[in-house]
Write a protein that binds this ligand. Structure first.
Ligand code: ADP
Length: 865
């Protein structure tokens, strides 16, 4: 359908248009509604059914069933009047005839239709609308009311509301733009189309808006308040804008937000110019419309946000793993029947207003069973009371309450972390309580288990340390039973030690003050045998959770009853046999953990602890036994060594006298009767004398050796250099006679020790180096080096050397590698050296090859000042 531009239509000159509506059913029709809304011209219309002749009029509107259209059309056209036909059927094109499909019927389409046919039929016709302010004002007010109604109706759409304005003002398009202001209060992008209405439903074109140069928009804004253009050329500055938009009439109204910021623009446009300029009334009314629009936009946005947050909240509540509920608080005056006047008090009742699926699931109820009901009507009495008490607590405190509670449900007990938040009305009275609860049973149990586990581990660790520290079996067992009682909170813990094949005795005990002691009591094996005693030997642990309910052999049962044992756990203590550490372990006894007041279920954690404990105890006991054995041997060894030393000392000391006697008498015999003896006897006598001399030196050496220990002086700081110099001085003659070359370091360190012993150490080593020189001129080098903890001294010679196979042996007492004839000696020098070095906390060894000299090393601890 094409419309005549409004500009041309304005040349018609007629102020009243008589219209003849020809139709079959002439009741109130949508057509008349439309005609009523055309305000630009004065119209008068009459309706008549189709009868000939038709009454005179300026224009005929044919409004009839489609089947009749053709006949009536001919009749109408015969009158040579402009005809507007409301029909969906296609019509032949001819001047003065136009069709409007019923669906498109509107004041605007009608008006444009009128213009077209009038223009074609009667070019001299000028329609001159008469300004009627009051009527216009009323009309505008009505439209504004309609607009606002449409805007704020619940099912309203912005498009429908804008349509009311558009149709009334006969504007083709209404657009709501939103500006984007930058920080400096400038726009730097085209506005955004928030909503658009168009008479033909054509979609808004944001692309077109975006293409429009920015400065034109800026110019529009600069124009200020309202830009009202009825005709394209009214304002030359805006011609390009209007041309770009392809419109001739334009009304731009700024929209301000509630803080007075320029939020956007409401813009009316039309492709046809307006017959009249925009009136002040119209502009004022439309400004109000713009304001209403902004309110509506804000309201819609807020509503949308609210809906979204409500949806979110509902989603959270429905799907939350937490139990969520809303409690309504009711207050009532309760009048007690017995004393109705005096005893009036305010009674608070609680009912469930909302519960989420998790709450229902946890509590084992359906929503319909609980909504609107009080806890008392839904839950068992105890639980209901507990819930009401917590709600009451929240009311009394008047603040958020966070607490943990044990909820006893019919089939289980749970621990809940509950949060109650009071919700107040405007007067501050708490009307509701919003609650949420999380089941923390598993968390708590886990924590408890962890705590118990760590307590047990701690006990195990400390017990192990105590056991290991004690090194004493009795002390260790006492510590064990005490710690066990503490950790397992047992009434009595004993160690029953097996004494022989038939009986045992309680050797360690820890008891609760109210419990009878078993300490030092003897019991036959049968008292601890419930029929599977061998299991103990295999390291198995035995428990009994309730003696009352168990059926034990009489001896075992009697013992338990006599000492009031209600529940127990028994751990075997196995140790390796003294005489056979590698063999089968021996059952040393039983550790019995006893409860005398209540039956006890031994949980896996406790049993695990007990098992670990048996292992620890058994290891410790084995170690203790080993240590005892070792101590025994060491003591034995020390004792026998001491005895031996004593013996050596006494022997060498006491033997000297008779030996001296033998030597003296042999000498006497030689001196007095020597010449009377025959040659053989004289030789015998010589042997006796030589033998006694050797033995004397040996005894003296032995005495020297044994004295090393028996006469230990208090260690003092000694200069090794002094010791060496004294030794050299004693050997001066020997050194000179043998032309020995001696190389000593400039200084030697100080050490802690016995000066005379260290001097004899040097002396022995030096004299050996000279003695075992062979046929070479002796060359002796002395040196010292520092290691991490020791001084390492060295005495190297160029003598006959020592075969490596003898290098250990030579440090033992009386061990020599040569005959007296080859090299005289007693074989005690190096043994003494060895002893001295050991006494001083050092070591001595030799490196040598036969005929390649020998190098003796010895170490002494470094003394730190
Ligand atoms: P004695 O020298 O009285 O035999 P020692 O205990 O001093 O006793 O020495 C033991 C043995 O070690 C000696 O008999 C000798 O064979 C060997 N020996 C000791 N010092 C040296 C050395 N510097 N060079 C070679 N052999 C040595």
């Amino acid at each position: 359908m094409t419309y005549l531009p409004l500009a041309q239509a304005s040349t018609l000159t007629k102020s009243l248009l008589h219209i003849l509506i020809v139709g079959e059913d002439l009741g109130r029709s949508p057509l008349e509604d439309c005609l009523e809304q055309i305000s630009r011209w004065d119209l008068s219309w009459r309706s008549q059914p189709f009868v000939t002749p038709l009454e005179p009029a300026d224009l005929i509107i044919l409004f009839c069933p489609e089947a009749l259209t053709e006949i009536w059309l001919d009749q109408s056209l015969a009158l040579a009047l402009p005809v507007v036909v409301v029909t969906a059927a296609p019509l032949p094109k001819q001047p003065g005839l136009i069709a409007i499909p019923p669906g498109e019927l509107s004041p605007l389409t009608l008006e444009l239709g009128f213009r077209a046919v009038l223009q074609e039929k009667a070019s001299d016709l000028v329609l001159q609308p008469a300004p009627r302010p009051l009527e216009t004002h009323l009309q505008l007010t009505t439209i504004l009311v309609k607009f606002s109604q449409a805007l704020f109706r619940p099912e309203a759409t912005l498009d429908k509301a804008l349509g009311i304005l558009g149709r009334h003002l006969q504007m083709e398009r209404i657009t709501i733009f939103q500006w984007h202001w930058d920080g400096a209060g400038q726009i730097n992008s085209p506005p955004n189309i928030v909503e658009q209405w168009s008479y033909d439903g054509s979609p808004p074109c944001q692309k077109k808006v975006a293409e429009f140069p920015l400065h034109w928009w800026q110019q529009l804004l600069e124009l200020g308040d309202v830009v009202a253009i009825a005709h394209q050329h009214q304002d030359p500055k805006l011609v390009p804008l209007l041309e770009f938009l392809d419109v001739k009439a334009f009304l731009g109204l700024p929209i301000f937000d509630h803080q007075g910021h320029h939020w956007g623009h409401l813009i009316f446009t039309s492709e046809v110019a307006r017959a009249h300029p925009w009136s002040a009334l119209e502009i004022q009314a439309l400004k109000m419309a713009a304001e209403l629009l902004h309110h509506n936009l804000i309201r819609t946005a807020t509503q949308r946000e609210l809906e979204a947050s409500e949806a979110l909240y509902a989603g959270i509540v429905t799907h939350s793993a937490e139990a969520i509920f809303l409690i309504r608080v009711h207050r009532a005056i309760a009048i007690t029947a017995a004393a109705p006047v005096d005893l009036t008090e305010l009674v608070t009742e609680f009912t469930f207003e909302m519960v989420n699926p998790t709450y229902c699931e946890k509590m084992g109820v359906y929503p319909r069973q609980i909504i609107g009901k009080s806890p008392q009507t839904v839950f068992p009495e105890k639980l209901a009371q507990q819930l009401c008490d917590s709600f009451q607590g929240c009311l009394e405190i008047g603040e958020t309450l966070l607490f943990e509670e044990v909820i006893e449900l019919p089939d289980c007990t749970q621990i809940w972390r509950t949060c109650l938040i009071p919700i107040r009305d405007r007067q501050g009275t708490i009307q509701q309580i919003q609650g949420s609860a999380r089941d923390v049973t598993e968390e708590r149990q886990l924590e408890l288990t962890k705590m118990r586990y760590s307590r047990h581990q701690h006990m195990l660790a400390s017990l192990t340390v105590k056991i290991l520290r004690s090194w004493d079996m009795d002390k260790m067992l006492t510590t064990t039973v005490q710690e066990l009682r503490k950790t397992l909170q047992a009434d009595r813990v004993i160690f029953w030690e097996i004494l022989n094949e038939t009986e045992g005795k309680v050797t360690a005990e820890a008891t609760h003050p109210n419990v009878r002691s078993m300490l030092h009591h003897r019991f036959p094996l049968a008292a601890f045998n419930r029929g599977d005693f061998d299991l103990f030997r295999q390291g198995e642990l035995q428990t009994c959770i309730d003696v009352e309910a168990a059926k034990f052999p009489p001896a075992h049962d009697a013992m338990l009853r006599e000492y009031g044992v209600v529940a127990y756990a028994v751990l075997p203590v196995l140790v390796s046999a003294m005489d056979d550490p590698e063999g089968e372990p021996r059952l040393k006894g039983l550790i019995c953990v006893q409860q005398c007041h209540f039956p006890q279920i031994w949980n896996a954690d406790e049993l695990h602890l007990l098992r670990q404990l048996i292992n620890q105890i058994c290891i410790a006991l084995n170690q203790a036994e080993l240590l005892q054995r070792q101590r025994h041997y060491t003591n034995e060894l020390a004792r026998s060594n001491q005895e031996l030393e004593q013996f050596a000392y006494v022997a060498s000391h006491d033997l000297q006298e008779p030996l001296q006697l033998v030597a003296n008498y042999a000498q006497l015999l030689a001196r007095r009767n020597g010449d009377r003896l025959d040659e053989r006897s004289q030789r015998y006598l010589q042997h006796i004398t030589a033998g006694t001399r050797t033995m004397q030196t040996q005894i003296q050496d032995l005495l020297r050796y044994s004295r090393l220990n028996t006469r230990q002086s208090k260690p003092e700081l000694v200069s090794m250099e002094d010791c060496l110099q004294r030794a050299i001085a004693n050997l001066k003659l020997k050194l000179k006679r043998t032309h020995t070359q001696l190389h000593c370091p400039k200084t030697l360190p100080e050490v802690l020790g016995d000066g005379s012993q260290l001097q004899s150490l040097w002396q022995n080593l030096l004299s050996n180096a000279i003695k075992y020189r062979g046929d070479r001129q002796p060359k002796i080098t002395i040196n010292v080096t520092e290691t991490e903890h020791h001084w390492q001294f060295m005495v190297a010679d160029n003598g006959i050397g020592i075969d490596p196979k003898h290098q250990q042996r030579i440090f033992q007492i009386f061990q020599r590698l040569h005959t007296q004839e080859e090299y005289p000696g007693t074989g005690i020098g190096l043994a003494i050296c060895h002893r001295i070095v050991k006494i001083h906390g050092g070591d001595i060894w030799v490196t040598s090859q036969p005929q390649a000299g020998a190098t003796f090393y010895f170490t002494l601890p470094i003394y730190h000042h």
